[in-house]
Write a protein that binds this ligand. Sequence first.
Ligand code: PLP
Length: 478
Amino acid sequence: MSRNAESTAFRSALEVIRAVEPRVADAIGAELTDQRESLKLIASENYASPATLLAMGNWFSDKYAEGTVGRRFYAGCQNVDTVEALAAEHARELFGAAHAYVQPHSGIDANLVAFWAVLADRVESPALKKAQVRQVNDLTEADWFALRRELGNQRMLGMSLDAGGHLTHGFRPNISGKMFDQRSYGTDPATGLIDYDRVAEVAREFKPLILVGGYSAYPRKVNFRILREIADSVGATFMVDMAHFAGLVAGKVFTGDFDPVPHAHIVTTTTHKSLRGPRGGMVLCQPELADQVDRGCPMVLGGPLPHVMAAKAVALAEARRPDFADYAQRIVDNAQALAEGLLSRGAKLVTGGTDNHLVLIDVSGYGLTGRQAEQALLDSGIVTNRNSVPQDPNGAWYTSGIRIGTPALTTRGLGTAEMDQTAELMHTVLTQTTAGANADGTPSKAKYTLDPALADKIARQATDLLAPFPLYPTVDLT
Ligand code: PLP
């Protein structure tokens, strides 16, 4: 694809939008400028390819397509069938999965689909069988009431939030915590690593219906073979949420015991993080769960988004190319270089390093809360997000950690030398920031001081660091 074709496509699109609502066209253009200028270290973000972005902006958005490929509740879905089947085929091939469901609109939706598939398979189906009926509408009022109670009385075991788990793994503020009785497993306070013996112990005591593996902020590999053995030993369904590290699985950086797909009964993911696709979700599963998974819409999902499924097909095709494996390896090389750069300058890292795409800095070592550090870095043109660390004394709002990740900067082409420079910029900001005080003299968890001239200087250095690696080099909007 030539530079001209991509530039022409985006320029023409903006021209068409500008004719209707110029402020939207301006905001789209401004977003590109902002993304080009910021040193993006948000571990869950990336930059999708122009082909992926363009696949989303079209008339597929106009189509209703409830149902699955070849079995729709609306007429005229033949082209949606084409893209949904392609996306599912690419997903199956890429991950070696028996079944792929590509309709979920996001990672949270994918998890809900998975939870309800397991509940339907393990709780609802046996109840229907016992009552000798085919479907829920055929149950008596009394049997239906009993089934609803049973569905709402199941157990889930997942990784604790402060060890890096995700809110959707059974925590109270999320629907999963209201649906399931939840227990969590943490990490060893001495090493910061998952203690598999402890997971097995909690599983034995708690006997969950679902054991969840996967995380948002754990900087290490997870041994999915061991977790599957634990799940089997207590009769639990093993689910893995690989939203964060799907790109590393796709790129064959995580293989064997560290690839969740052969070990889990069901795997969920987002498509927009390290996988570098459009904003969306996906479920992969063993054949026995396929029918239930395919009922995701309308069980918990609104109508499928055919334009996003088209973009998923494009992005998954890209991830099947050999250069994606190289990209995935560079993500990890960069994360390790960033960790090394920070450690060598005196930073405190949770687990002392990383073997995936993310690094968790314990900023209490700099005398700061996560919130103060996040804001001071942002003032200096470095975009990160604050995150709890294990046993965090500052809670989930202020936190004591900064989570950083390398998928986005690696897409731009930055390498290990630039990661060391990034570590230097971050370390300078964090050492030069001081925690502030409240009006009554008590320490503030939000206020801080950082010399604005220094923040400006770092921001200029961050821009200089990015300059040789233009974002969307084939897209010229001028
Ligand atoms: N699961 C994990 C492990 C995540 O980290 C996230 C998002 O950060 C999600 C699910 C939710 O993804 P989404 O924002 O697409 O719903």
